[in-house]
Write a protein that binds this ligand. Structure first.
Ligand code: AMP
Length: 180
């Protein structure tokens, strides 16, 4: 377990930007955390240690900030990395879902046949807000008969209730490092 002091240090590197990308949104900017190797390590360690001894086949990272943490975690957990991307970015045949975020309607795509049937998958993103993005990513995994065993986030905006959305019909784990 990481110390409360380490987690507080990591949290101190999250910058609040009011009214971005639209009025009324308090944007959690992770770039100061990424710029501090110790803080970046702390959040990666905190997520990775929760999966020690557990078999994870695939990390699905959500574009774009989920790629930063998801890629690093996949390397630590010896798992594959599969991107869930914004529309029109993936070169091969892809599957698409639409979903709602805290501030927009969006779509995500995943390459077909990128996850084998029964694979144990962890969906990773920087922020859990209303839960729509993570749930959409899980839907793309389910369509390929992959099994989402957990969601992992650096930041959970608990007051937006995303956890409840993800818990609906899901009995796996929802992990977040820093809660607001
Ligand atoms: P949601 O689908 O509402 O859970 O939104 C999660 C996605 O939107 C993540 O990919 C986040 O990067 C982004 N996001 C939503 N709200 C915020 C916020 N307040 N600060 C930073 N990113 C956010």
């Amino acid at each position: 377990m990481l110390s409360a002091e380490s987690l507080a240090y990591a949290k101190s590197k999250i910058r609040d930007i009011p009214d971005f990308p639209s009025k009324g949104i308090l944007f959690k900017d992770i770039t100061p955390l990424l710029a501090e190797p110790r803080a970046f390590h702390i959040v990666l360690d905190s997520i990775a240690e929760r999966f020690i001894g557990e078999h994870v086949d695939v990390i699905v990272g959500v574009e774009a900030r989920g790629f930063i943490f998801g890629g690093a975690l996949a390397a630590r957990l010896n798992a594959s990395f599969v991107p869930a991307r914004k529309p029109g970015k993936l070169p091969a045949e892809s599957d698409k879902v639409s979903y709602k975020t805290e501030y927009s309607v969006a779509e995500l795509e995943m390459h077909k046949e990128s996850i084998r049937s029964g694979a144990r998958v962890v969906v990773v993103d920087d922020v859990l807000a209303t839960g729509g993005t993570a749930k959409a990513s899980a839907e793309l995994v389910s369509r390929q008969s992959g099994q989402v065993v957990a969601y992992a986030f650096v930041i959970e905006l608990a007051f937006l209730g995303g956890r409840k959305v993800l818990e609906d019909g899901f009995d796996g784990r929802i992990e977040s490092v820093l809660t607001y």
